[in-house]
Write a protein that binds this ligand. Sequence first.
Ligand SMILES: C[S@@+](CC[C@H](N)C(=O)[O-])C[C@H]1O[C@@H](n2cnc3c(N)ncnc32)[C@H](O)[C@@H]1O
Length: 168
Amino acid sequence: MSAAAGARSRWSCAGATQDSGSPSSTCRSSATSRRTRIAAASLADRTPFVAGDFFADRLPEGHDTVLLSNILHGWSEADARRILALCTDVLPADGTLIICESFVGNDKRGPAPAALMSLNMLVETWGRNYTAAEYTSWLREVGLRTERVLPLDGAPTTAALVARKVRP
Ligand SMILES: C[S@@+](CC[C@H](N)C(=O)[O-])C[C@H]1O[C@@H](n2cnc3c(N)ncnc32)[C@H](O)[C@@H]1O
């Protein structure tokens, strides 16, 4: 367990409840906003919400893709790698894992918005913005191969890294 373990958030904006029994207003409004958007896109019938703590609860199985959207930047390298391993565990062979983040360039010299957000993460959390090369190397260790990194225009998300689970 890392030093951060005692202070870990137990929240998921998919609707988890806190030890006190009710979600924070930020998480609740965020989850509500997602439900509203999903309903507006007529996807509610195939988009269930499952509450849980990814460090304590096994992730849902039976899906061919896991999307980690702006999750990993909040965690130390050790915890980010642990989350990647937990996600890989529930993917079938050939399953896809997508990481949407604000990526720092592989030379770690920018771009400035990603670097500034990374500084913010270093101050406020145990994480930072990682590079595609770092993710690729961590993913390889848990049995996934990076296939592509697609640029995205959705601040703070700058790209989606798409990786495939390699058959054993
Ligand atoms: C920066 S938000 C990203 C939210 C959303 N995925 C997005 O892209 O806008 C980080 C999310 O991680 C969730 N989270 C933090 N710790 C968690 C844990 N231990 N298990 C599950 N979710 C967690 C928080 O509830 C929050 O929704």
